[in-house]
Design a protein around this ligand. Structure first.
Ligand code: NAP
Length: 301
């Protein structure tokens, strides 16, 4: 039996794996897609200690290699069920069922959708939730990005390097993201700010052709011609598998403190699915380290 199963191989999961394996715990990591999670698709990371500038892909690959090198087993399996009960603890995937002593939940979070008709219909045909993945398809074209957090600000700068005009559409006139990033956006000649505004529809027959924008202050509607609409309006924690099994807040974040304890002994929460004040790669890694230590204590190691 494994000492610990880590659900998810983003920075929190990989750092848990590094600490757990290094502490001699028999460690198994399940990841349904690719190592790195959200970080893996970050174009450029410039606030992870030791790296002035690194791509998310590169950093994720290094973390994955590090964890494997220390003996953690990382496998591509999709988790279908997490049984958290002491005495009946297991993780069931699309390939099998794995009994385990402790579990570290590190499934992260996914991008929120706007909920528009055109958003669903034109997904993959100009509607995108990942500027790094899809920005290159719109080289030299006009595009828009929706949101006012760090993701939207970073993505706007990234897109401005590739595209022609980038319309940054945000529902307020102040940004939620870092002041320095907001300043860089304001100074960027290729980014046009469309503030106090929401996208009320994404239009196009076969591909995105325009977005309808509504000013929230005076109700005025306008149409902006764009070839792509990138959406970066926040995250939803991936906690559906543990709903009703451990305490979550109303938005679905796991209610666990800095010790990562979920309220169910032997089950820990690390990274973006935990309710906390700052969602960063470095804080996800910190959670991972703490969770691995707590899992070790729980397993008596
Ligand atoms: P976020 O910080 O939650 O920002 C979401 C943005 O979308 C907000 O500006 C919000 O507006 C807007 N929004 C939410 N729902 C909307 C809707 N239905 N329609 C229109 N706009 C909507 O999300 P994020 O930018 O994805 O970042 C997630 C976390 O990762 C944050 O903690 C962030 O700091 C972190 N992150 C950090 C970095 C970095 O350190 N370099 C990079 C990327 C992300 P309001 O502001 O009006 O609420």
């Amino acid at each position: 039996m494994h000492d610990v199963i880590i659900a998810g191989a983003g920075p929190a999961g990989l750092c848990s794996a590094i600490y757990a394996a290094r502490a001699g715990l028999k460690t198994l990591v399940f990841e349904k897609q690719f190592s790195g999670g959200q970080a893996a698709i970050s174009p450029e990371i410039d606030n992870y200690p030791g790296f002035e500038r690194v791509s998310g892909f590169e950093l994720s690959a290094a973390m994955d290699k590090h964890a494997r090198g220390l003996g953690a087993e990382i496998v591509n399996e999709d988790i279908l069920e997490v049984s958290v009960g002491e005495g009946n603890r297991y993780v069931r995937t699309d390939k099998g069922s794995y009994p385990v002593k402790s579990i570290i939940l590190a499934m992260g979070a996914r991008r929120r959708e706007l909920g528009l008709e055109g958003e669903k219909r034109l997904a993959g045909r100009g509607v995108s939730y990942c500027a790094t993945c899809d920005g290159g398809f719109f080289r030299g074209r006009d595009v828009c990005i929706v949101g006012g957090g760090n993701t939207a600000l970073e993505d706007a700068i990234y897109l401005a390097n590739i595209c022609d005009t980038v319309y940054l559409i945000h529902r307020r006139d102040e940004f939620r993201g870092f002041a320095g990033l907001a300043e860089a956006v304001r100074k960027n000649g290729k980014i046009r700010l469309v503030l106090d505004s929401v996208v009320s529809e994404i239009n196009g027959a076969e591909r995105v052709e325009s977005v309808t924008v509504k000013n929230v202050k005076d109700g005025a509607q306008s149409e902006i011609n764009v070839s792509a609409c990138f959406i970066a309006v926040g995250m939803i924690p991936n906690t559906e598998l543990v709903q009703g099994k451990i305490p979550l807040d109303e938005a679905g974040y796991v209610l666990a403190g800095e010790d990562t304890k979920t309220g169910v002994p032997g089950v820990f929460a690390a990274g973006d699915l935990r309710k906390k004040p700052m969602y960063q790669i470095v804080t996800a890694c910190a959670d991972g380290a703490v969770a691995a230590r707590e899992a070790g204590f729980y397993c008596g190691k």
